[in-house]
Design a protein around this ligand. Structure first.
Ligand code: RP5
Length: 162
């Protein structure tokens, strides 16, 4: 069973990451969401990644704030694509987490998305685009979604045009 695995460093990350889960729900894409920390539960994280891969995880999404090592720790344990979502809340209001998530050494990529709701949603979209390489139905849904987005821009414009 192909699915996308979402890890969060803390339950406190859920407020933002629910937007990621909601996006998968909207497209009827299978996902799993767990709390597991690079620092507070390193063994759990490692074991979970192995089990998730065995169950059919195609890609991992890892959300963390502050030192934000989770995405890097996940990348260290898998060769599946890893998408990092930096969380706000640290001393630099997320800029710290963003730099920590994005600055991976060569050969250990973490595809890093933006802070906040947009990043959480885009993590789901990016993961779905990976799934859509081999899933024609999902690929069609993503193309239809682009049309919906373009139409919304037009109708939004009509609301304010003078
Ligand atoms: C990170 O530390 C978590 O991902 C979270 O963003 C941040 C704070 O965690 P809590 O203290 O709220 O559990 O590891």
């Amino acid at each position: 069973m192909n699915f996308i695995s979402i890890l969060m460093g803390s339950k406190s990350d859920y407020e933002i990451m629910k937007h990621c889960a909601d996006t998968f729900e909207k497209f009827n894409v299978k996902y799993e969401l767990v709390v597991s920390s690079a620092h507070r539960s390193p063994e759990r994280t490692k074991i979970y990644i192995k089990e998730a891969e065995e169950k059919g995880a195609v890609a991992f999404i890892a959300a963390a704030g502050m030192a934000a090592h989770l995405a890097g720790a996940v990348a260290a344990s898998t060769t599946k694509p890893v998408i990092g979502v930096p969380m706000k809340g640290g001393a630099m209001d997320g800029m710290d987490a963003m730099l920590s998530t994005v600055q991976m050494p060569a050969g250990m990529p973490v595809g890093t998305v933006a802070l906040g709701r947009s990043g959480a949603v885009n993590a789901a979209y990016l993961a779905m685009q990976i799934l859509a390489i081999t899933d024609k139905e999902l690929s069609t849904k993503l193309k239809e979604d682009r049309i919906v987005q373009a139409k919304k821009v037009e109708s939004d414009s009509k609301d304010v045009e003078v």
